[in-house]
Design a protein around this ligand. Structure first.
Ligand SMILES: NC(=O)C1=CN([C@@H]2O[C@H](COP(=O)(O)OP(=O)(O)OC[C@H]3O[C@@H](n4cnc5c(N)ncnc54)[C@H](O)[C@@H]3O)[C@@H](O)[C@H]2O)C=CC1
Ligand SMILES: O=C([O-])CC(=O)C(=O)O
Length: 299
């Protein structure tokens, strides 16, 4: 199989090139194409295997990701409707914020279209893992390539739950370091939004994260049986219907949840997990209700 990757409105030309370049070392002849809208998808690409959706407005200083809902909810709904029609079997990677709501929106749209496969719908939270690995490596003078920190929950503020106690290789952190690192990881996106002072949010680091996640999807599609990533997916690891956790990927999408990550949490992590649930639940419900309460799009 030769997985094809269709990407809708990737951030900008530089990022399209960044994703394409990063994917070029895959063993599979992956192709990356950018379209100005999925309706324009050429016939020859109708059966793409992977669709990446980063379309939508970014934050400005002072905004939360949820402030983007008003505009981005409709954009994601429209693109997923088109994806359902043109490539109903494709895996979908949702980057557009607020991910905590846009993934449930996508799921509802796919359900309405009768093509929902929860194993193939992913919210891209890879940037949280990239940040966690980077900050821990810097703090502990480790080689970045050696560090792996699972980040669970969702993709906004306190819903981002880095499990520092599960860092590989095993690392000791003081309570002060845990607090400092957790807050820095949770606020990484906001830090960039403020530094860019109105010129957008994280762009190149997101392109890197999108490329990493897309490459993992392609490897799994191609039969690699050792692919693990954190992602915001339909989930049963907590009582919430969607939750980011480490998942094992296979040709058919999510193969298994790595539930073990939630065993033996520290008191700090357990408290943070309980604290994030009401916000994440509300964001999920907001997305679901947006689709359920919308008038059907005229045929
Ligand atoms: N999941 C994550 O970790 C991250 C998510 N993001 C999110 O990605 C989204 C895009 O951010 P940037 O690339 O920085 O913004 P940008 O403004 O640079 O690019 C947005 C793209 O969306 C397209 N677009 C706008 N309205 C559209 C519509 N109605 N239909 C189709 N395409 C449309 C634009 O043409 C443009 O190509 C934002 O929602 C941002 O919050 C950004 C960084 C990290
Ligand atoms: O913070 C934002 O608005 C963009 C984003 O999701 C991130 O950088 O993690």
């Amino acid at each position: 199989m030769s997985p094809l990757v269709a990407s809708l409105n990737l951030y900008d030309i530089a990022n399209v090139k960044g994703v394409a370049a990063d994917l070029s070392h895959c063993n599979t002849p992956a192709q990356v194409s950018a379209f100005t809208g999925f309706a324009e998808l050429p016939d020859s690409l109708k059966n793409v295997d992977l669709i990446i959706i980063p379309a939508g407005v970014p934050r400005k200083p002072g905004m939360t990701r949820d402030d983007l809902f008003k505009i981005n909810a409709g954009i994601v709904r429209t693109l997923v409707e088109a994806a359902a029609e043109h490539a109903p079997n494709a895996w979908i990677n949702i980057i557009s914020n607020p991910v905590n709501s846009t993934v449930p929106i996508a799921a509802e749209v796919l359900k309405q279209k009768g093509v929902y496969n929860p194993r193939k719908l992913f919210g891209v939270t890879t940037l949280d893992v990239v940040r966690a690995n980077t900050f821990v490596a810097q703090k502990k003078n480790l080689r970045l390539i050696d560090v792996d920190v699972p980040v669970l929950g969702g993709h906004a503020g306190i819903t981002i739950l880095p499990l520092l106690s599960k860092t590989r290789p095993a690392v000791e952190f003081s309570p002060e370091e845990i607090e400092e690192l957790t807050v820095r990881i949770q606020n990484g996106g906001t830090e960039v939004v403020e530094a860019k002072a109105g010129a957008g949010s994280a762009t190149l680091s997101m392109a890197y994260a999108a490329a990493r996640f897309a490459e993992s999807c392609i490897r799994a599609l191609d039969g690699d049986e050792s692919v693990y990533e954190c992602s915001f997916v339909q989930s049963e690891v907590t009582e919430l219907p969607f939750f980011a956790s480490r998942v094992k990927l296979c040709k058919e999408g999510v193969e298994a949840f790595i539930n073990a990550d939630l065993n033996g949490l520290t008191d700090y992590e357990q408290t943070a997990l309980e604290a994030l649930k009401p916000e994440l639940k509300a964001s999920i419900e907001k997305g679901i209700n947006f689709v359920k309460q919308s008038l059907p799009v005229a045929a």
